[in-house]
Ligand binder design. Structure first.
Ligand SMILES: Cc1ncc(COP(=O)(O)O)c(C=O)c1O
Length: 396
């Protein structure tokens, strides 16, 4: 893009322009086909142009696009009922993005304590390496200096500590603590899984001290890790959960889920949204669930995840000077690189394989959950060629 572009210069964009997509494939304006193992950063959960989603969107578009949340909105209760039936939650608030769903989660936690007569309880403890979005509250929640620099004072009420240190956590909790907030697997942070014992300890501490436990499942949710939500593999249940990305399959949808108790402060008038839960978003969200909840779908994700990670482990053995470690669950996969992660991602792109760099020198591979075994093997073959090109031993 030229320097004279009318767009804000906030994205270091790769000069590729995709015009259409089919399943796991993206096609550029020049007709080149890329294997999309980025899926819009875990967004296109069912790949591109999935017929059931296209149909649902078209059908809704012909009937009704928008009504205000002053009225009952088509599809909202149905989607909320399905989400609550499948999870710990009793209540859902719909938003348009991940950061917005987290803002709702944070407000829900603070408002819970306020309604219980504790307006002083506003602090949310989060964990180093976290990413919760780019709004003023969520950059403060993530606590990463690079995202806060130049945006004024850090929003108050967020405290970061390293994950895994129970003693430090107990020392940090005080009279003003409202909630603990964590991604069960850090995405942007480098596909870093959180120890299950640590998550269990968080739950126990919250129960003992009357705090709320918030999970950020914006990236891990909706089948990505092989269960509908990642928390379902941990034995730990949150009180509040933010989701987005995969639930819309590419249409902007976010949601905050909460237990009745956790949502008890969210009474009429205290929160709102113009576009959240609009009929188009609800039609697509319901259509995504039609597919993800089909019998065998999540088993397919687990199977493809296993096949992929086994293949990647072989590549790690073959190219130990390029690949250091394979991480992740289901189809949320991280390759920790020995070479700069950006170089590995660029070499993959040269092989027409799309990935997403993350922190901790990791390249994320987040294929659509509908990926087939042949497509997984194709991805591995492309990654192998990319690694071979970068392998110093080979080029020596
Ligand atoms: C774990 C997590 N939380 C929150 C967000 C923010 O979501 P959004 O970009 O839709 O605001 C992201 C986005 O990458 C994410 O991965």
């Amino acid at each position: 893009m030229s320097a004279s572009s009318p767009l804000f210069n906030t994205f270091a964009r790769i000069p590729l322009r995709f015009e259409r997509g089919e399943g796991v494939w993206l096609v550029t304006d020049k007709g080149e086909r890329y294997l999309d193992f980025a899926a819009g950063v875990a967004v296109n959960s069912l790949g591109h142009a999935h017929p059931h989603l296209v149909e649902a969107l078209k059908d809704q578009a012909e009937r009704l696009w928008h009504v205000s949340n002053l009225y009952e909105v088509a599809g909202q209760e149905k989607l909320a009922e399905r989400l609550t039936a499948e999870t710990f939650a009793d209540k859902v608030f719909f938003n348009n993005s991940g950061a917005e769903a987290l803002e709702t989660a944070i407000k829900t936690a603070r408002r819970y304590h306020f309604a219980k007569g504790h307006p002083e309880k506003i602090d949310i403890i989060t964990f180093e390496g976290a990413f919760h979005g780019r709004t003023l509250a969520t950059i403060a929640a993530g606590g990463q200096a690079k995202y806060m620099e130049g945006f004024g004072p850090k929003a108050p009420g967020f405290v970061q500590i390293p994950a895994g240190d129970i003693d430090l956590l107990k020392e940090t909790i005080g009279e003003t603590t409202a909630a603990l907030m964590i991604e069960p697997i850090q995405g942007e942070g480098g596909v870093r899984s959180v120890d299950k014992a640590f998550l269990k300890a968080l739950r126990e501490i919250c129960d003992e001290q009357g705090l709320l436990l918030i999970f950020d499942e914006v990236q891990t949710g909706v089948g990505r890790t092989g269960t509908l939500f990642a928390y379902q593999q941990t034995g730990v249940t949150p009180d509040i959960m933010a989701i987005a990305k995969g639930i819309g399959g590419g249409f902007p949808v976010g949601a905050c889920l909460a237990s009745d108790e956790a949502a008890s402060g969210m009474v009429p008038g205290v929160h709102g949204t113009t576009f959240g839960g609009n009929p188009l978003a609800m039609a697509v969200g319901n259509a995504v669930l039609d597919v993800v909840l089909e019998e065998g779908f999540l088993a397919h994700v687990r199977e493809m995840g296993l096949l992929f990670r086994q293949g990647l482990a072989e590549l790690k053995d073959r190219y130990p000077d390029v690949i250091e470690e394979i991480r992740g669950e289901g189809l949320m996969v991280g390759v920790k690189a020995k070479v700069p992660a950006g170089e590995l991602a660029a070499a993959m792109r040269d092989e027409k394989l799309l990935s997403v760099p993350a922190g901790d020198n990791v390249v994320r591979l987040l294929p659509p959950l509908t990926v087939s075994d042949d497509e997984v093997r194709e991805g591995l073959a492309r990654l192998s060629r990319a690694a071979a090109k970068l392998s110093p031993a080979r080029s020596a």
